[in-house]
Design a protein around this ligand. Structure first.
Ligand code: GCW
Length: 734
């Protein structure tokens, strides 16, 4: 087909949201880059990006090297775009700085580039006060008399500011370009890879991976050719991700050795992430002192164990001085942990934190701890309660270089869950919320399911302090009431499981790239509109495409999460996925009589889990007001979470006016009609997007229709058979 096919006509790697064409507005301009004396490898990346773009699109690049004499004001202003690092970032937390202007740093000596900023902005920036007032990662973009100027406090801020210009395209150079000050809300914006070095007999190379093999590992070792990692690092840097853990939290024997024998390889990976502002982390086994060190114990109280971890951390930092730290899954689904020694999770996390402390490293300690050997006959044990019961009592006991990493819901990345009450219960602990970009429970990247709206709801959910402090503010150390000064609230970050593999399109389903993109952008700015972010992704990924491409992608994707929810498990009850097919496809009773503790309790009269304080497991009591009362009371519990909190008869009438069972019947059938309509809509784009991409999406849509139909028919038939209530619309039931 057409010119848009470019590099994609053959099986090269898809450029995702950074195709050369997306750089045309910037690349056709006269650009001046002044990176400052301490810009390091990230500064070099900015120069390289601009060099490549201007070489491709006919613009020009002037690089002002550190120490070089400043050009006169007229020649500065003869550029269309000036990218400049102005002053050294001071050390305030970035989240706090977004809301509260940092104090002017009068004692800081003027930066050599400050006169350049004054010249480029015609004095505007200096006059308004403050090239010194930058926090890390922050940038300011102003438009002054025909020149667009990006001023950043450090090189990563400049990288982010440059990509902001790329995203804006021509608008960045128009006279109505709006001046902005931008900086991330959360200090850490992380992706976790569940990649194994050895192919696991059940879980494969990438646990819960749906995009081929690992970009890091092949044939039982770290890849020689890491060019995919370099390209991935570039994608991540462009959306503000600044941390990556490169191996599975289930740490098996070979992977455990990354911490010791594998360090040279980890350093090779870290070298590729560093120029994009991304720090490298490892998942480590709590049993490392035994498994790797040959010690008889991994007890946190044992001095030899402490010394072993300290020495291990010393070796890591001798090899990788900017290493981020450890991610740890302990006492969870068979992973070793402190319980074996009668210690608690604060003892365990602090053990590792103290080894990392001298080097500035951080432990991301996961709160995903529950009994996965539970007896389904035991109606009192409720998996939803577990994280809170284990961790809330430990608030205040974690060292300040520990971040507790909490899944957004109390169970496990379901399509719909209430927000984890742990996030409201630990005000003296640094917390991170964990999301799942890989589509374990949302269609395995065979189904179109744009998750931006889900994450936006999670991050914006006003969980704490009388419903004034949302999840994003909790994990970023921001107070609930906007006018309250932040003080020293602990900040952790936002983290998620990556959906990337060595697939030609990175994510298996090409449209699942939008999830990775939206994750990074929401981690940067949780209040962003997820549909606007999708639109941004479309513009970058399909630059110059026929307007029908944009329109159709919105038709397919804007509400695709809700559509997915509508043909799968109803009203927040969760699961109903097939354990035998790695959580793909329907199996209504798949987890009903299992040791994993995820039940719906459907019988002939009704369905749902009674998690109330009054008559159920008491889980609602873990929430602060007003959520505790709202969820406890059937009258105020929101429909979409009804069956998570209550067991109700099939005839119970929802706020929507339908009975529970008729809702189950209707939404399953309606959702399949929606998915079916996508097939023709997508077919009409043939010739308007690259052929290979079109073909891949066509193939996946066919599977989505098949699978959604299977969900519809099984779920509808199951509830008809249980309840005996006919579908009022008379649509087929089997
Ligand atoms: O979502 C579940 C997955 C496991 C995963 C675990 C976790 C890495 O089914 O595959 O293990 O959660 O988050 O640790």
């Amino acid at each position: 087909m057409s010119a848009t096919d470019n590099a994609l006509g053959t099986a090269t790697v898809h450029p995702a949201w950074l195709p050369d064409a997306a750089f045309a507005p910037l690349g056709s301009r006269r650009v001046l880059v002044a990176v400052g004396p301490d810009a390091g490898p990230v500064g070099a990346t900015v120069v390289d990006e601009v060099r490549r773009a201007t070489a491709t699109h006919g613009g020009s690049l002037t690089v002002l090297a550190p120490g070089e004499a400043l050009p006169d004001a007229a020649s500065v202003r003869s550029h269309d775009l000036v990218l400049v690092v102005a002053s050294r970032a001071h050390t305030r937390g970035s989240g706090a700085a977004r809301q509260v202007p940092p104090p002017a740093l009068a004692e800081q000596p003027p930066h050599p580039n400050d006169p350049l900023v004054a010249a480029a902005t015609d004095g505007a920036l200096v006059a308004t006060g403050g090239v010194a007032d930058f926090s890390p990662d922050m940038f300011v973009r102003v438009r002054a008399a025909g020149t667009t100027v990006v001023v950043a406090g450090d090189a990563t801020g400049l990288l982010y500011g440059m990509h902001d210009v790329v995203r804006l395209g021509e608008t960045a150079f128009g006279d109505c370009a709006i001046d902005v000050t931008d900086l991330p809300v959360a200090p850490v914006r992380m992706l976790d890879h569940w990649d194994n070095i050895d192919v696991h007999p059940v879980m494969g190379q990438v646990e819960r991976g749906y995009a081929g093999g690992s970009i890091f590992y092949a044939d039982g070792r770290v890849r020689e050719d890491l060019s995919r990692v370099a390209a991935y690092a570039r994608l991540l840097g462009s959306i503000g991700i600044n941390a990556v853990a490169i191996n599975n939290v289930n740490v098996h024997r070979t992977e455990a050795r990354l911490l010791t024998d594998g360090l040279a390889d980890v350093a090779r990976v870290a070298d590729l992430f560093r120029p994009h502002g991304v720090r490298t982390y490892l998942s480590v086994s709590f049993a490392s002192p035994v498994v790797l060190g040959g010690l008889p114990t991994s007890d946190p109280a044992d001095p030899d164990v402490q010394a072993w971890w300290a020495a291990a951390a010393d070796r890591v930092y001798a090899t990788i001085p900017d290493f981020g730290g450890f991610v740890v899954k302990a006492d969870s689904e068979g992973q070793p942990g402190p319980f074996a020694y009668g210690r608690d999770h604060a003892d365990g996390a602090n053990l590792l934190a103290r080894a990392l402390r001298p080097h500035g490293g951080t432990v991301f300690w996961r709160a995903f701890v529950y009994n996965h050997e539970q007896d389904w006959r035991d109606r009192r044990t409720d998996r939803a309660r577990a994280a809170y019961d284990h961790f809330a009592p430990l608030d205040g006991r974690f060292d300040d270089n520990v971040v507790l990493q909490v899944k957004y819901g109390p169970i496990d990345f379901q399509t719909r869950e209430p927000i984890s009450p742990v996030l409201a219960a630990m005000p003296r602990t640094r917390l991170a919320v964990e999301l799942q970009v890989t589509q374990e429970y949302t269609g395995h990247q065979k189904h179109v399911c744009y998750l931006g709206p889900l994450w936006s709801q999670v991050l914006g959910f006003p969980l704490a302090e009388d419903a004034t402090r949302d999840v994003a503010r909790i994990v970023s150390g921001l107070p609930g009431h906007r006018d309250t000064p932040s003080g020293d609230l602990p900040a952790g970050g936002i983290t998620a499981v990556s959906n990337v593999g060595d697939d030609e399109f990175w994510t298996g389903h090409p449209l699942a790239q939008a999830n990775l993109y939206a994750y990074g952008r929401l981690a940067w700015e949780p209040e962003a509109d997820p549909v606007a972010l999708l639109d941004e992704w479309i513009g970058l990924t399909f630059p110059g495409a026929d307007p029908r491409v944009r329109e159709t992608l919105h038709t397919l994707m804007d509400h695709s999460w809700l559509t997915y929810e509508a043909y799968t498990a109803p009203l927040g009850v969760g699961f109903m996925v097939d354990p035998g097919r790695m959580h793909y496809g329907p199996n209504v009773d798949g987890y009903e009589y299992s040791k994993w503790g995820t039940y719906h309790f459907a019988d002939r009269d009704g369905i749902g889990v009674d998690r109330t304080v009054a008559t159920g497991t008491g889980y609602t009591g873990q929430y602060p007001a007003p959520w505790r009362e709202m969820y406890e009371d059937l009258a105020t519990c929101p429909d979409e979470l009804l069956l998570f909190f209550h067991h109700v008869p099939y005839g119970h009438v929802l706020h929507s006016g339908k009975t529970v069972v008729q809702h189950i019947y209707d939404s399953r059938a309606d959702a399949v009609d929606v998915v079916t309509s996508w097939v023709d809509a997508w077919a009409a784009l043939d010739g308007l997007v690259p052929d290979r991409l079109h073909a891949r999406v066509t193939e996946r849509l066919a599977e989505q229709v098949r699978s959604a139909t299977e969900w519809r028919d099984q779920v509808r038939s199951y509830f008809f058979r249980k309840s005996g209530v006919p579908d009022a619309t008379g649509r087929p039931i089997y």
